[in-house]
Design a protein around this ligand. Structure first.
Ligand SMILES: Cc1cc2nc3c(=O)[nH]c(=O)nc-3n(C[C@H](O)[C@H](O)[C@H](O)COP(=O)(O)O)c2cc1C
Length: 266
């Protein structure tokens, strides 16, 4: 059966989701993206649209140090396979975040978030080019301890994906996370991302594109998953694992439902 993960940022700190889902049964629980310093979000952050959620993507997070003291210990105590999503303003800044996480007990891996669409305006390193992505991955690998795995999230832009995915695969990581949210805007013009049902076909195309470029490389698909059929569609496109995101905000018990649908139909 295809392994299920909670997508970055969609399971809160874990505590909010735990009453509705057995987090210990997941292949991975990905945190919201962590930066060295805390980041505050804007006042208007999220809205519903007919196709899914539109969310300002200011990478609101408490900062890596606060995550280590206030969130990771609980996840570790529950036995959740926790993946810390990380970003930073430069390869060195990303490495500084990872260095803080490297010795923390209870972490399974790092998900390097290179899927931010307008990195410069977010004060983030631009990982959308083969060179930029490779530099960031190299900086992480230089300090990553052997006990932590590395996933690299690359987004859904099929014009850039083949070259960027190849560059990252050549530097090395355990899997590429393909798909995710698409550039959008809130009604007041705030730059945002669209996620949910509308992005599923886009993410499937992205996974197929990378699968064609890298026939053997492990891929994790993300975008619009709400049913077992969606999970199987990602499997058919070439993903060995799938992340569930916005569906959890609509229905926090979606993971349990999808898992039992998959078991019934297998
Ligand atoms: C509320 C919310 C918060 C998110 N936070 C992050 C984040 O911190 N880092 C990240 O890489 N992606 C983040 N995402 C994007 C998701 O991880 C996922 O890639 C995207 O929503 C597409 O999957 P979905 O259609 O299943 O939601 C967030 C999405 C939502 C809805």
């Amino acid at each position: 059966m295809i392994a299920l993960h909670v997508a970055a940022g969609c399971g809160g700190t874990g505590r909010e989701l735990a009453p509705y889902a057995d987090l210990t049964a997941l292949a991975g629980f990905v945190t919201r993206t962590l930066t060295l310093d805390p980041r505050r979000g804007g006042r208007l952050r999220i809205a519903e649209s007919r196709g899914g959620l539109v969310r300002a993507h200011q990478l609101q997070n408490p900062g890596v140090d606060r995550f280590l003291t206030a969130e990771l210990p609980w996840l570790a105590q529950q036995g959740v396979a926790t993946w810390a999503s990380v970003a930073g303003s430069s390869p060195a800044d990303i490495a500084a975040v990872v260095r803080r996480l490297a010795t923390a007990p209870g972490l399974s891996g790092i998900e390097l978030n290179l899927a931010v669409d307008d990195a410069a305006s977010q004060r983030l390193h631009d990982g959308s080019t083969p060179r930029g992505a490779a530099e960031a991955v190299r900086a992480v690998l230089d300090i990553l301890p052997d006990n932590l795995a590395l996933h690299v999230k690359l987004g859904a832009d099929v014009r850039r994906l083949p070259a960027v995915a190849r560059a990252v695969a050549e530097v090395g990581c355990d899997a590429l996370v393909i798909g995710g949210a698409l550039p959008a805007a809130l009604d007041n013009g705030t730059p945002a991302e669209l996620s949910g049902p509308a992005v599923l076909p886009v993410a499937l195309r992205a996974v197929r594109t990378v699968r064609a470029e890298l026939p053997e490389f492990p891929l994790v698909g993300v975008g619009g998953v709400a049913t077992a059929a969606d999970v199987r569609a990602f499997g058919a496109a070439g993903a060995g694992a799938v992340q569930v995101g916005s569906a959890l905000l609509h229905d926090p018990s979606a993971l349990a439902r999808i898992t039992s649908e998959l078991e019934e139909q297998s």
